[in-house]
Design a binder for this molecule. Sequence first.
Ligand code: MIG
Length: 711
Amino acid sequence: MKHKKQSIVKKYKLGNPIETNIIDRQIFCEDNNNFEHFQIFDDDIVINLNETDIVYGLGQSTRGINKRGFIYKSFCVDDDMHTENKSSLYGSHNILIIKNKAKIFAIYTDYPGEITYDIGYTDSNILKMSPKSLDINLYIITSDSLKQIIKEFRSLIGPSYVPPKWAFGYQQSRWGYETESDIKNVVENFKKNNLPIDSIYLDIDYMQQYKNFTVDQKSFPNFEKLVKDLLEENIKLVPIIDAAVRIEKDYELYEEGAANNYFCKDEYGNDFEAGCWPGKVCFPDFLNEKSRNWFSSKYKFLIDKGINGFWNDMNEPAIFYTPEGISSAVENVNQIKDNDIDLSLFFTIKDGFSNLMNRMQDYKSFYHTLDEIKFRNDIVHNLYAYFMTKGCYEYLDKEFPDKRFLLFSRSSCIGSHKHSGVWTGDNRSWWSHLLMNIKHMASLNMCGFIYSGADIGGFSDNTTEDLLIRWMQFGIFAPLFRNHAAKGTRNQEPYNFNKVNLFKNILNIRYSLILYIYSEYMKAIIENIMYFSPLSFEYESDTFCLRIEDQLLVGESIMIAPIYEQNGIGRYVYLPEDMLFIKFKEFDKYHFEVRYKGHNYIDISIEETHLFLRKNKILPLTNPATNVESIDCSTIYLIAFVCDIANFEIYDDDGYSKGYLNHKNFKTNIGITKKGQDYIINIENNNNKFKHIEMKIFDENGYNRTIYDCI
Ligand code: MIG
């Protein structure tokens, strides 16, 4: 008999922690004289590592999936240069999972301020966590498998966000769609080229002077009509919301916020002022429930115009400058400008201005009120975006209890996964950032951010056609599949390139995979499992898998091994078991080959989108469609790789309501058993959703058989 996997959660309360209430499960606190797996030295939390231990975690951060060897910081930051030297990005995701030969455990710190993680940087065998103060709620999860650790952790932090089904379609964005006709032009080009699409994004230019909850009348004179006309074609417009509020007399949002003390305060109790896109701004104090509820109720302005989703930006919060910062930089220059400016003075002048953004000094100069207690921002910094998006989510949930909205945020902490997805912010059109995207997906999934994705094609800098193609060939597997680019960069919509037909094929493959992607997404949410997972989480005893960071599992049937190098037309792949290698030219034109366990080399031309179907697994496909709403599930095509028994459960629902909580209603089970040369097929088509099922079954020798009309 298989022994039952056990996992244990222990909570330690160190010092006097700020209660974030992110964890709502009551857990008895352990005795502080008896720490398990860690020790405390000089206010640091210390864990000894063995040479071969692996450290997973930290969600959105630079470098590898295995975090060993570097120093990271948990402090949400607006930094658009995601290079290897950076210790933090937009999110603060305080989970580490340590795997060694004898044991596996995770350490999660529910702490809203800055933590430094020295993971074998100073001493390769010592992991040292240094919070600003040792006032922490700390959780230790021990188990005997990585999968089980994730299950336990995710059940501790609560269920992940579920977007509407249309949010699994292709999404086109660009900072630079400035007018109604820009949007119409995108739609036309998609239509003209027969490219499927589900949504188009509105970046800050749709607003009047970057003011939240306004629409620029000059550039969008018929906003409501535009939204509704596009809805008729099943295309959603998704506007951005920024955290900051422009200071302007008679601007209702500002006036109300100021009159009711809804903004963050400076040390004298005045509204804290800073500079951001709209010019001078105040920051709503999202930590304060009243402010949060007030701001959140304003999304209605756009919902009333037919809007179904939002992206929350600049919520680290991003500070371009503070008046104090500018004054002191100017003062400095005035003092030294008449001197003989040597190099050191020159750099003082230059850096005085270039370091004005996101200064720690500024985060130390404004205050929040959380549960009636005043906190300086740097102490509770990582909660700002969390509360912004929580407010929005809760407002929408209250006003529209049975409707799902698309919602994702740039900044986040663990807890945000309950209310929204995340995108990984301002990456670049660099091949290394395609690889970073792959790694981020695995680490973000560990933290419950299943609805996540990067700016496909890269945000800053000019993309190239081949980069966009390879990025899309990976991106088709990500729940959030959005092409976004910065103002001033090369146009990045697929129709701007010569190989538009190739883009169409890739997009069609995405749409034919949505039935699978959605099934696996929902299982990941309902069962607290990974959607994107490193191989080591599944094949734990395979020591090669422990080292692989550029291949992932996607749901239960697929393994991917993306191409992420320019001019790459093949790569090495490690197969932990025999798999069926499939290269799609089009969704229904594919080459297949059984590849055997071990190291393999695969050729993949730029025209080919490839994946591996795992052993004894089934992949359901549908015909593609121009948008998610139009996907016709009455005919499904199964590709199965069956050596003895394979099962797959298709999950489906209406995609709009919150009926997923009754998920039992929506399942269809498919079983295929190999008996000699025959297959026994068992389909429980409870809801009669699928009218025709066609199957192509392969065995380990590559022998295949097509069976039409399985039901
Ligand atoms: O300072 O709204 O990450 O996606 O296009 C830049 C403009 C502000 C940052 C977001 C990006 C968005 C951009 N925003």
